[in-house]
Design a protein around this ligand. Structure first.
Ligand code: GAL
Length: 404
């Protein structure tokens, strides 16, 4: 056995990658860290989307005992950095040439006041519709490209005994569905105005009413589920063909491939209805907390491993996302990942790369929570009108901190 190097330390990593496919992707990182002689302490929180993980993280940081790194994203990175809790990893980033390797949107997300404080793992696309190919064939339909087409396909599936839309009880899915409908019905500019800028005129508009009505119309096509069912079980139902379609980010692919199915063949991918010109992004990253001197070398090795070229390929092949490093070749990736990579570049040029606020990008976390609350109530309460939801969204917007 090799002796551990003298700089061996421990990395404790908080994450919510507990599904079979996602845990498999993370295993690559654990192996790499252990091979450097460090101990990996897993701080796994089973809660896709991460709400509970964020609460546990806060209590650990507030009690002065932060993990080495946490799977937090976007605006939360800025918030923790602003509170003085994150480590500066500029020296490593410079040595490894991150500025040259990463797309601008990723660089901006990983830096606070111009300094790197987090290491990026991937880019997930959120606005996807996954369709079971056999189910689609059974109803002799084409992939829906608009919401009206979606409802036609959904009704046809229901007629032949297939649950149209795989669904779960995790309420971040309600918010994610809503976010996707906003783009599909009202477009990228509207999404920015209504949510990033919180323009009252956009929130109180005929378009917003149309969005909310379409969102609610989806509910009748969702597969029966109980509140404990998670997205992984919903994806399993899509894979089996019990359900025909699913609105989900491309982490669904980690389950599809782990089940031995081929994305783009057995389970088709297409941009969520009406949203093919836009790309809602969710950049997974590990924010690096200030840790004791004994564990700083291990922390640096973790950040370096995350950006390693081979790791980026292996991790993203398993995770369903695309690499953040622009020098990783896409030839080993499936059709959906290659499409995602092309659409990411095209949307960056077109100005339609949109932060997914459901997945922690683009909005202060507290603002997301407040929007989420309104959407959850609107989705669950049959008696709440679209107009009432609009009124509540406007109230949230008025109370939220001014957009940056
Ligand atoms: C997202 C995260 C993905 C995936 C998903 C479901 O927020 O960025 O990597 O884990 O939640 O858990």
């Amino acid at each position: 056995m090799l002796a551990a190097p003298c700089h061996a330390g421990e990395v404790e990593v908080l994450h919510f990658w507990t599904s079979g496919g996602e845990a498999g992707a993370l295993a690559q990182l654990k192996t790499s860290i252990r091979s450097k002689g460090h101990a990996w302490k897993d701080f796994a929180v089973a809660d896709g989307g991460g709400g509970l993980a964020m609460t546990l993280l806060s209590s650990r940081v507030m009690s002065g005992n932060p993990p080495t790194a946490a799977q937090i994203k976007g605006a939360s990175i800025q918030e923790w950095a602003n509170a003085g809790k994150l480590a500066n990893i500029d020296a490593l980033a410079r040595a490894e040439q991150w500025d040259a390797l990463l797309p601008k949107i990723v660089i901006d997300t990983m830096k606070f006041n111009g300094h790197y404080v987090a290491a990026p793992l991937n880019v997930h696309r959120v606005n996807w519709l996954w369709v079971n190919a056999a189910a689609l064939k059974k109803v002799n339909a084409k992939l829906p490209t608009t919401w009206e087409e979606f409802f036609t396909v959904a009704a046809a599936m229901r007629k032949v005994g297939i649950a149209p839309l795989a669904y779960s009880g995790q309420s971040w899915l309600d918010l994610g569905t809503f976010e996707t409908v906003v783009i599909g019905i009202a477009g990228a500019d509207f999404y920015r105005r209504a949510f990033m800028q919180r323009d009252p005129a956009a929130l109180d508009s005929a378009q917003m009413e149309q969005v909310l009505l379409t969102f609610k119309r989806i509910k009748q096509y969702t597969e029966p589920h109980n509140k404990n069912r998670d997205w992984v079980a919903a994806t399993a139902s899509l894979i089996k063909g019990d359900a025909g379609m699913q609105l989900m980010g491309d982490w669904a692919k980690s389950e599809i491939t782990a089940a031995g199915k081929v994305p783009g063949v057995d389970i088709l991918c297409t941009a969520a209805p009406g949203s093919s010109g836009a790309f809602t992004f969710d950049i997974d990253s590990l924010a690096l907390f200030k840790v004791s001197a004994a564990n700083q070398a291990a922390q640096q090795d973790l950040a370096k491993a995350v950006m390693g070229k081979d790791f980026q390929q292996a991790f993203n092949l398993a995770k369903g996302s695309i690499p953040v490093r622009q020098d990783v070749k896409m030839d080993r990736f499936d059709e959906c990942a290659r499409q995602s990579s092309k659409d990411f570049a095209a949307s960056a040029k077109r100005g339609t790369l949109l932060p997914s606020f459901t997945h922690g990008m683009g909005l202060p976390y507290a603002t997301t929570l407040a929007i989420w609350d309104v959407i959850r109530q609107y989705w669950n309460q049959d008696s709440m009108s679209a107009k009432e939801a609009m009124r509540r969204l406007a109230k949230v917007a008025a109370q939220a901190p001014a957009p940056r």
